[in-house]
Design a protein around this ligand. Structure first.
Ligand code: PEP
Ligand code: MG
Length: 577
């Protein structure tokens, strides 16, 4: 068996590195050929063209025609809505007005690339000024121009690659739009060299159930077409896998598929202790898959996702309509709604202060809402109205709460406006340390381990370069979770976790051992977590937690947990005397 090596150390001594590491997103793994996402092309230079203009026109018109044919062929293969979009892009590439403009510009003394760039930009400006649907098509024009220029340069077309066979997508980073367009029948896994494990791009990949490793230094050096093994649970990419490694990975993939096919039961431990499993959602559209995958309710409704593009605060009526749609899908179930968490990685134009140097430490979450109480009041009113008559068990919580003064402000206002169950998120270390005081007022707490990790380790969750610190297995983070768990036990109140940590099956067991009573995660993770919980009693979860919090590092905590589980399995398998 080939020896695996961590990146960096051996490579510097001339030994081939076969394993890249990064932060894993999800629990899955994948085996397949790499396709590298081509980068956005730099704009062509405006230098005068001194070559043969007629030949340049011919070459450029041929690139336009070739692009149109490629777009049409891709549309045929894709089918559905993608076909319509790609066909309309093919028409743009064939537009006679654009061809005439390109011809005139080349005659005027510029290169084909520059003429295409300018001609498309002019049409883009025109469409944008028309507004509405036309303005939305402007971005499509920019995409067509990039394709034509790539054809002229003889380089790969920027954007998501196309392939007839399933592949592992490798990119510097993915824009949310790229993630939304991923063809799940083709993309086996995503590997990025940038991005952190709790960036919202990573969260989107998880919600689509695509295994991913982000912040994998050196990923762009992977060879297109080469077969790799991506292991999201381990956060590794094996770029030169042996046949044995491929067979083992394929067996693990099959075992995971079998766990996903297990009956969907309420979350519980081996001794029957109930641990309700809830879903994190960003819109009503997420409801159907969450219910199908066995979510017992919603543990985090990220309402700010609904308003990322809004220039002004949404009205009570428009909010009500959106909330009601989600609530209707969860009638009879608990739905925990978070009021707008604006700022830092999720700026909202109508709520976020411009120009903060450190927005993650600035006026975000509840701090922004306290400064705009009218917006908070409107949202609470809309939530109460929307829940009325839907049969939903509505819980409402505030993000980015620092202490019991923040918490008491929010719960008092929420109750004044008719919210029956009002709680707060524990995302700032101060709130974890003071959780018992917070629970004097709050009906519940929900730990946001993404931000709690960011603030405990002082590591920006969006920054790939510090992704190694963004690890919720870190004993410092887990000790804070333990504080919150103790506060819950002392007050008899609910302590949830709604950060990505809840989606890591073994870590989920540790969290329960630390006193967490409910777990909320991307629906795609529910089956794995449900399966893992069934393998541990509460006493075992507590033993695991005690071992883990005594560790010194996140890696040490993981290793300790694996050691305890392995020792337990060995004891279970030992013959009785
Ligand atoms: C968190 O911080 O863990 C959390 C759940 O909130 P978000 O990821 O939306 O900041
Ligand atoms: Mg958060």
């Amino acid at each position: 068996m080939q020896k695996r090596t961590p990146p960096g150390s051996l490579a510097s001594r001339g030994i081939t590195v076969t394993t890249l590491t990064g932060a894993g997103v999800g629990r899955g793994s994948a085996v397949g050929p790499v396709l590298i996402m081509a980068e956005h092309l730099p704009a062509p230079e405006a230098t005068p063209f001194t070559g043969d203009a007629a030949a340049e026109i011919e070459r450029t018109l041929a690139a336009l025609a070739e692009t149109a044919l490629e777009l049409q062929a891709t549309g045929e293969r894709a089918g559905g809505e993608a076909k319509e979009v790609l066909e309309s892009q093919a028409l743009m590439a064939q537009d006679p007005a654009i061809a005439d403009d390109v011809r005139d510009r080349i005659d005027g003394g510029v290169s084909g690339e520059y003429a295409v760039h300018e001609a498309f930009a002019q049409f883009q400006t025109m469409l944008t000024s028309l507004g509405g649907y036309m303005a939305e098509r402007a971005a499509d024009l920019g995409d067509v121009a990039q394709r034509v220029i790539a054809n002229l340069r003889g380089v790969p077309v920027p954007g998501l690659p196309e392939s007839d066979v399933p592949f592992v997508l490798v990119a510097r980073d993915l824009a949310p739009a790229d993630t939304a367009l991923l063809d799940l029948t083709k993309v086996l896994a995503v590997v990025t060299s940038g991005g952190g494990p709790t960036s919202h791009t990573a969260i989107l990949a998880r919600s689509k159930g695509i295994p991913a490793v982000v912040g994998a230094d050196g990923a762009l050096g992977l060879v297109s077409g080469g077969v790799v093994i991506v292991d999201a649970a381990a956060g590794t990419i094996d770029s030169a896998p042996t046949d044995e490694a491929i067979s083992a990975a394929q067996a693990a993939i099959a075992a995971r598929a079998a766990a996903a096919a297990e009956p969907v039961t309420p979350g519980r431990l081996a001794d029957g202790t109930a641990v309700p499993l809830l879903a994190n959602v960003g819109s009503a559209a997420d409801a159907a898959s969450a219910i199908e995958l066995g979510a017992e309710g919603v543990g985090l409704f990220r309402t700010e996702f609904l308003f990322l593009d809004a220039a002004s605060a949404p009205t009570v009526e428009s909010q009500e309509a959106q909330y009601r749609e989600l609530f209707a899908a969860f009638s009879g179930k608990k739905v925990v709604v978070r009021v707008l968490d604006a700022g830092a990685d999720k700026p909202l134009e109508f709520l976020t202060d411009d120009g903060e140097e450190n927005p993650a430490l600035g006026r975000r979450g509840l701090r922004a809402l306290r400064a705009h109480e009218d917006i908070l009041r409107d949202q609470l009113r809309a939530l109460v109205e929307a829940a009325d008559g839907t049969g939903v068990d509505l819980w409402v919580m505030a993000p980015m709460v620092a202490d019991s003064e923040d918490g008491a402000y929010f719960t008092a206002l929420a109750r004044e406006l008719g919210v029956r169950v009002a709680g707060v998120m524990v995302e700032v270390p101060s709130a974890a340390l003071l959780a018992e005081q917070i629970l004097d007022d709050a009906d519940f707490i929900s730990i946001g381990t993404n931000d709690l990790t960011q603030y405990t380790l002082a590591a920006d969750r969006q920054l790939g370069t510090v992704a190694n610190y963004q690890d919720p297995w870190h004993p410092a983070v887990l000790r804070l979770v333990g504080e919150a768990g103790r506060a819950g036990a002392a007050t008899g109140k609910n302590v949830g976790v709604c950060g990505e940590a809840a989606a890591d099956p073994l870590l989920a067991v540790v969290l329960v051992g630390l006193g967490v009573t409910t777990l909320s995660m991307s629906a795609a993770a529910l089956a794995d977590v449900r399966h893992e919980l069934l393998g541990h009693t509460l006493a075992e979860a507590q033993e695991l937690a005690a071992g883990v919090v005594a560790s010194r590092t996140a890696a040490g905590a993981r290793a300790k947990a694996a050691e305890i589980v392995a020792a337990r399995r060995a004891a279970d398998d030992a013959p009785e005397h």
